[in-house]
Design a protein around this ligand. Structure first.
Ligand SMILES: [Zn+2]
Length: 55
């Protein structure tokens, strides 16, 4: 299953078992993406939430 990065247009492989709402990172541009739909596989930029993961 492949989807297109909305930022750089790269074709991204979605692992089997991917569900809508899952977050992944574009291997090309590094943007955090959210799976918004599986039929067809659609990605959108993940909202930048102000969460501090303690970096
Ligand atoms: Zn990208």
């Amino acid at each position: 299953m492949k989807a297109e990065c909305p930022v750089c247009g790269a074709s991204i492989d979605l692992p089997e078992g991917t569900v809508a709402g899952e977050l992944l990172e574009c291997p090309d541009c590094g943007t955090e993406l959210e799976v918004t739909s599986l039929e067809p596989p659609t990605l959108s930029e993940a909202p930048q939430e102000e969460e501090d993961w303690g970096q």
